[in-house]
Design a binder for this molecule. Structure first.
Ligand SMILES: Nc1nc2c(c(=O)[nH]1)N[C@H]1C(S)=C(S)[C@@H](COP(=O)(O)OP(=O)(O)OC[C@H]3O[C@@H](n4cnc5c(=O)[nH]c(N)nc54)[C@H](O)[C@@H]3O)O[C@H]1N2
Ligand SMILES: Nc1nc2c(c(=O)[nH]1)N[C@H]1C(S)=C(S)[C@@H](COP(=O)(O)OP(=O)(O)OC[C@H]3O[C@@H](n4cnc5c(=O)[nH]c(N)nc54)[C@H](O)[C@@H]3O)O[C@H]1N2
Ligand SMILES: [Mo]
Length: 650
């Protein structure tokens, strides 16, 4: 029985035969859209999954889209034609803004080290974060914003920059469209008004705006503090995109680089997204409510990039809305989704509304999970297929047009035991589902040769350097314009306007306050040494951080009669979990809980599912459509409400 924790080991071929037979039977009965896939943080190669799914005929991949940073890719592409990569260059960068991002915990590699060097050399650093993080502790200016109000702050900064004439007049005149409308719009956001919303004094807002506009080049980095702000997400990101543009910090060395190839494009070609026929694209669960991040929006957006002879990968920009997929599994509406394959994700911990995800997964006809470890999600599966580990994968990492080796590269070991790279799963499943002609390769390395052919390389040659990085060019717009409807930076977005959305950045306050839930709730801030829901079973790491911590300011804890180290319940309208209270300097009346927590030492079977209900932040969250961002469908992990009380003495 599903979730019983009883397993039988079978040979790969037997598993693949049965999975293929069941997938084809379900397809015959309900149509190919009945098979969905679920991925999340990038950590393997995903083109084989997309290739299989497009050939199978299903548009329902639950992508990294809503869950992570795609909103940023979307908004930047709408505004500039392409996404940007913020750049911190020790020689030239004169100002850094870290907006809702904490590289001290989340990017403990090059960025954090460069940032520390930059600060030691006296560079200006502004950190906008409700919590005084390790990054904030290094800043010259820490702006403790109330969660979810960054849009008001950004609009006020825009107003200061425009009224004080601090913007780049030439760039705005030559390369921006809609400036007059933007000027009218920001008039409604004087710093004093924003101060009331954000909790940041008006004088500090003015000072930050002046620094950002006058110290050039200035690099603006933004993180999940913005991407996961739900209802406010798209328009806040728009305000940030506009800030970068009108200050002349676009496609400038030391500020940011406009990535015309946000992906290593030959890899995307292997996805065969053009094989998914229009009738199937129309069935993607998201299209009706969120036409922008569906194929329709993708086509509108990329007609302009195609004029530049380039395209953006479909996979970045379209995915099925997870909430609608879980509901289709539960209710059969608008059509039944009866099968799911999960690749390198743990949706019971990472997707919002754990009870809904649980209900959806337990009712399926077929659940296949491709994993390294047993997890609460594998506990519900029909098949758990052991995947190659980090050092067993000749994996390519591709980003911003650059390809480099991640994981094992050419030195990858042959997988031990019965593990396989996911490529072989999708190939062998595809061959069993009538896709034989499309899977000609005997090895993954042969397929990688095909990826590198357009660059004049083969996989082995590439591995000698391990890097494919075309030279970076800046100010590219001067010769070719921007890949947008106006050919300029769209301060006022023609695509948004055409689709019936507010074309100008805005901040519309939304009071989600409920009397019984007086505290603001942030879920999921990053902390070392864990990655999402991983590694709690590794004792050496667990010793560093044995229990999940819920943080609040001392004044907030004091008012609730709570002390550091107390076991507390955190309760939202959705549910309640337990964590341990920790004090931190941060905005008052706010709680920040860690996410990804389960207890591998507990039985991995129903009802406990490895303690997946006990401290899991997503028991508290919801992706209910009404609370999502109306344009891109982002839900909120960060601007929620809750109450907190002691575990004993409730
Ligand atoms: N150790 C570790 N590193 C990771 C990960 C991990 O799980 N563990 N995950 C990786 C992944 S998948 C991602 S996407 C990145 C994310 O990287 P980051 O974006 O740096 O991640 P977070 O720490 O989640 O969020 C950044 C900050 O946003 C702040 N914040 C919360 N709400 C708001 C708000 O309303 N406004 C503002 N301005 N700030 C707010 C939080 O206090 C937090 O310090 O990290 C990656 N790196
Ligand atoms: N409340 C709340 N929820 C969040 C967030 C938040 O801030 N707050 N952040 C969201 C974000 S930004 C992200 S990106 C997601 C992350 O969500 P997920 O990616 O679902 O998170 P993980 O827990 O890392 O799950 C990945 C699983 O993949 C397995 N794995 C690792 N490497 C490989 C591999 O090479 N191959 C295979 N097959 N499996 C592998 C791991 O064992 C692990 O169980 O979570 C999201 N959920
Ligand atoms: Mo992420």
């Amino acid at each position: 029985k599903r979730g019983e924790g009883k397993w039988q080991q079978v040979p790969w071929d037997e598993a693949l035969d049965d999975i293929a037979a069941r997938a084809v039977r379900l397809k015959d009965r309900y149509g190919p859209e009945t098979l969905a896939t679920c991925i999340a943080a990038p950590r393997s190669q995903y083109w084989p999954l997309h290739r299989f799914l497009n050939l199978f005929g299903s548009p329902n991949n639950i992508g990294v889209g809503n869950i992570c940073w795609n909103s940023n890719v979307w908004v930047q592409s709408l505004t500039y034609g392409w996404p940007v990569e913020a750049e911190l260059d020790l020689q030239s960068t004169a100002c850094v803004v870290m907006w809702g991002m904490n590289p001290a915990e989340s990017d403990h590699s090059l960025l954090w080290h460069t940032l520390r060097q930059y600060r030691s050399a006296g560079g200006t650093l502004i950190v906008i974060d409700p919590r005084r993080t390790l990054t904030a502790a290094r800043a010259g200016r820490w702006m403790p914003v109330r969660p979810g109000t960054d849009g008001a702050l950004a609009m006020a900064m825009l107003r200061v920059i425009i009224t004080e004439e601090l913007y780049d007049h030439d760039f705005v005149a030559d390369w921006c469209s809609g400036f007059a409308r933007l000027r009218d719009r920001v008039a409604a956001y004087p710093p004093e008004r924003a101060a009331g919303m954000t909790g940041i004094p008006a004088g500090d807002i003015v000072a930050a705006a002046r620094s950002f506009a006058t110290l050039k080049p200035a690099a603006l980095f933004s993180g999940l503090g913005i991407d996961q702000s739900g209802f406010h997400c798209t328009q806040t990101l728009r305000a940030l995109a506009v800030l970068r543009a009108i200050t002349g910090n676009l496609d400038e060395p030391g500020a940011c680089h406009l990535s015309e190839f946000p992906d290593f494009v030959p890899e995307s070609k292997l996805e065969l997204s053009d094989r998914l026929v229009p009738a199937q694209r129309l069935k993607q669960l998201s299209r009706e409510l969120f036409p922008l991040p569906s194929y329709e929006g993708y086509e509108r957006l990329t007609q302009f990039t195609r004029r530049h002879g380039k395209t953006l990968p479909v996979r970045y920009l379209t995915s099925a809305h997870p909430h609608l997929v879980w509901q289709a599994m539960v209710t059969g509406k608008p059509y039944p989704i009866r099968a799911l394959t999960v690749l390198a994700s743990n949706p019971l911990l990472s997707q919002p509304d754990t009870p809904l995800v649980h209900q959806a997964l337990t009712g399926l006809d077929l659940l296949v999970v491709l994993e390294l470890f047993p997890t609460p999600t594998t506990a519900l599966a029909d098949y758990v297929l052991p995947m190659a580990g980090t050092l067993e994968q000749p994996v390519l990492q591709t980003n911003a047009g650059v390809a480099n080796i991640a994981y094992g590269g050419a030195a990858a070991l042959p997988p031990l035991f019965d593990r396989r790279h996911n490529f072989y799963f999708w190939r062998d499943l595809g061959r069993r589902c009538g896709q034989q002609p499309y899977w000609p390769w005997e090895t993954l390395e042969e397929a990688l040769d095909e990826i590198f052919a357009p660059a004049g390389l083969c996989w082995q040659e590439f591995c000698r350097t391990g890097l494919y990085a075309p030279p970076r060019h800046y100010r590219k717009y001067r010769t070719q314009g921007f890949a947008t409807p106006s050919g300029k930076v769209e301060l006022c977005s023609a695509i948004l306007e055409e689709m019936g959305y507010d074309p100008l950045p805005a901040y519309v306050p939304r009071d989600d306050g409920i009397e019984q839930y007086p505290l603001r709730l942030v879920t999921g801030v990053r902390c070392q040494p864990y990655f999402a829901s991983e590694f709690r079973q590794v004792e050496a790491l667990r010793r560093h951080r044995p229990r999940p911590v819920a943080e609040m300011a001392a004044v907030t804890a004091g008012a609730l009669g709570l002390a550091d180290g107390d076991h507390v319940w955190i309760e939202s309208p959705q549910g309640r979990i337990q964590q341990v209270l920790g004090l931190r300097e941060m905005v008052p009346d706010t709680v920040s809980v860690e996410y990804g927590w389960w207890y591998p030492e507990q039985p991995l079977a129903e009802p406990s599912l490895g303690g997946a209900w006990q401290s899991n932040a997503n028991v508290l969250t919801s992706a209910d459509i009404a609370s999502c961002d109306p344009i891109l469908g982002q839900w909120s992990y960060r601007t929620l409400r809750c109450r907190v009380y002691k575990v004993d003495g409730e």
